[in-house]
Design a protein around this ligand. Structure first.
Ligand code: F0G
Length: 455
């Protein structure tokens, strides 16, 4: 990665700083020798900062202008002339908020585009006459005003595309020839797709035998060099960090702070869909903790910019067999726990989450909570979401299982406004939690159909 940066890129990135979330040490967004830095010298993970949010005082009066800008961009019709780059960026549910994401010259952005995912009103009171089937979800959760944000509606079927458009854009700006990640399947699918678009080689490291077939198929189809590691996700994560360091490959796990910047857009888009009113609760599944960190940062920045006047409370939901963050939380975050992870929700089968410190901050500053749910609770919640016609992959259903549990425990009250994130598409994992009795084959006559309907 040694050819010089284009002058416009260099100027844009010169305002970007990376700050350690442990010791607050600062590094330039792009190092002089163009080597890539993912951690502080102290080992801590890094956070991207740039002036739009470093100096909130100078822009807090501009709340109306920000809202107007984002609302104008969101008013673009869904069909536009292909090849119109500016319109593509305005339409993207990530780059629409580009001033708050990453200041790069527009022509370099690698975007499908992504985002613009549905925010389904599914509560007992807010589901509306045309959605009576969705109301089952609100009844199950015990919440009057509930919304599900379906990030499975992104181009590769998960929320990862939001971080990846920014990560691969950075890789491309830096002149990376190859990009890599460790993954439980969704990050790898997204990386493979965006790398292919940008004409880069991609390498993905997967825990052998623990990736749902739909996700594995995507990586292979998009042309990633797909390496199955004889170990779990945490082993694959350690390996990929070493591989990237030693072979000079650009690392695109959420350890890479630019990925987090893109994932923030989930928070901005929710706010825009709620007409810039923060919900009372934001509930999401938690594995490597990148998403908790990113959406938390989005709401924090939205508050700094006066786009909203309070943060929602965050509830991060873990599978009971993969619950290191929950264990730390229940001990007052005294120390960072690790576990040998085991859960049917393979996407969140993670025992040593990389973004622990970033996510801990979100839970603490939002007066949030970490909860655990069993595999049985996850699968029961998935059935409810699937039967309502929305559908999701198992890890996503931890969101609904968690909301129901927190309502039962009296932590969330039924009249509060709750937004839950569904992180991945039903077709990602078409095995786990599917109905046992398959479809029936009948003779081609009406009597045979009658017998089926009466059975
Ligand atoms: N839900 C799904 C469907 C996921 O794929 C992931 C993470 C999560 C939730 C948890 O998000 O890690 O930000 O806390 N998947 C990563 C991957 C680990 O490799 O695809 P997180």
């Amino acid at each position: 990665m040694n050819s010089p940066l284009a002058p416009d890129v260099e100027a844009a990135l010169s305002v970007v700083v990376l700050r350690c979330v442990e010791c607050a040490a600062c590094y330039p967004g792009v190092e002089e020798n163009r080597s890539s830095r993912y951690r502080c010298d102290c080992g801590g993970v890094l956070d991207v900062e740039h002036p739009f949010v470093s100096h909130p005082a100078s822009i807090s009066s501009a709340r109306t202008a920000w809202r107007q800008l984002f609302d104008e961009r969101a008013a673009i019709p869904p069909i536009w002339p292909a090849g119109d780059n500016r319109t593509l960026l305005d339409y993207s549910g990530v780059w629409r908020y580009r001033e708050l994401i990453l200041p790069v010259p527009e022509q370099y952005v690698v975007s499908r585009p992504e985002g613009n995912t549905g925010l389904y009103p599914v509560g007992k009171e807010n589901c509306g006459a045309g959605r009576t089937g969705h109301r089952q979800i609100g009844l199950y959760a015990g919440v009057d005003h509930l919304f599900l944000k379906h990030e499975g509606e992104n181009p590769t079927g998960s929320f990862k595309d939001r971080g990846m458009t920014v990560g691969v854009t950075m890789a491309s700006l830096l002149g990376a020839q190859a990009v890599a990640c460790a993954s439980t399947g969704n990050t790898s699918a997204s990386l493979a797709s965006y790398a292919a678009q940008a004409g880069m080689r991609s390498l993905v490291f997967l825990p052998a035998g623990n990736v749902a077939s739909g996700k594995l198929a995507q990586s292979l189809a998009y042309g990633a060099t797909t390496i199955q590691v004889a170990g779990d996700f945490d082993d694959a994560m350690r390996l990929v960090e070493r591989v990237c360091d030693e072979l000079g490959i650009y690392l695109l796990n959420s350890l890479n702070p630019f990925r987090i910047e893109g994932q923030k857009a989930i928070g901005f888009e929710i706010l825009q869909q709620l007409r810039w009113l923060a919900p009372d609760w934001l509930v999401l599944p938690a594995g490597n903790l990148g998403n908790t960190s990113a959406i938390g940062k989005a709401f924090r920045q939205a508050q700094q910019l006066s786009l909203i006047n309070r943060m929602p409370r965050f509830a991060a939901i873990q599978a009971a067999g993969a619950n290191p963050f929950y264990r730390s939380f229940t001990r007052g975050f005294e120390r960072r726990e690790q576990v040998n992870a085991s859960t049917v929700a393979s996407a969140i089968k993670i025992g040593n989450p990389v973004s622990y410190t970033r996510a801990r901050r979100v839970i603490e500053e939002s007066d949030g909570i970490v909860e655990e749910v069993t595999d049985a609770e996850i699968l029961a919640a998935k059935t409810i979401i699937d039967r309502a016609g929305i559908g999701c992959e198992p890890a996503s259903a931890a969101t609904l299982a968690g909301i129901r549990k927190l309502v039962e425990r009296g932590v969330i009250s039924h009249h509060e406004c709750v937004v839950g994130i569904l992180t991945g598409h039903l077709l990602k994992d078409s095995q786990t939690g599917m109905p046992q009795q398959g479809s029936v084959v009948v003779e081609t006559n009406i009597e045979a159909v009658r017998r089926v309907l009466l059975a």
